[in-house]
Write a protein that binds this ligand. Structure first.
Ligand SMILES: [Ca+2]
Ligand SMILES: [Ca+2]
Length: 185
């Protein structure tokens, strides 16, 4: 009789524990997992992702989050390239560089960027004219003030060969004279 009673108690305990595990499993299932894909047309996209107290810097990612996770995502500016953030499209549409993403479904978000400075606009006044040409000539002849040249690398390599020299100056002159209407080659 004692043995039977012990067996009975053990069986009841086993059934109860199984029930708890099944319940815990279904809780996780109900919570769900959703994927987040950050896309960036430029290869060097960098994002800062804040989740609670944790902050990390990532490139374009594709990863999973538990449902309900709240993320603050910011596009990190890269001064060394001639691009600035323009807008987010996809699951979140915004022109703010920081967005809040609530993981309540799978998300695909793309960050778009635009040229920081217009090619050929060396003094960044919005127009390409003889002032820019004079600036470029002075840059090539190294008669320009150092304080003026920090941005020129972004806008003066008109043929995209990695160097700023008389070939670019010729292109700029032809553009100003209306002989070409683009620097693309
Ligand atoms: Ca200009
Ligand atoms: Ca060049």
């Amino acid at each position: 009789m004692k043995r039977f009673f012990l067996f009975f108690i053990m069986s009841i305990t086993f059934v109860c524990l199984s029930g708890i595990f099944v319940w815990a499993d279904s809780e996780n299932e109900n919570k769900g997992i959703y994927s987040l894909e950050l896309r960036c047309p430029m290869a060097s996209g960098v994002y800062m992702i804040k989740e609670g107290d944790n902050t990390e810097m990532v490139n374009a990612i594709n990863r999973n989050y538990i449902a309900g996770t709240v993320l603050e995502i910011t596009v990190v500016p890269i001064p060394s390239i001639n691009l600035v953030f323009d807008k987010w499209t996809g699951s979140v549409e915004s022109s703010d560089s920081t967005i809040i993403v609530v993981m309540d479904s799978d998300k695909v978000i793309t960050s778009h960027h635009k040229e920081r400075y217009k090619l050929g606009d060396l003094n960044r006044d919005g127009v390409i004219d003889s002032t820019d040409y004079i600036l470029l000539r002075r840059y090539i002849l190294k008669t320009i003030d150092d304080s003026d040249i920090h941005f020129i690398n972004h806008v003066a390599d008109l043929n995209g060969d990695g160097e700023i020299n008389s070939t670019d100056a010729v292109l700029l002159r032809r553009y100003i004279l209306g002989q070409i209407n683009t620097f693309k080659h």
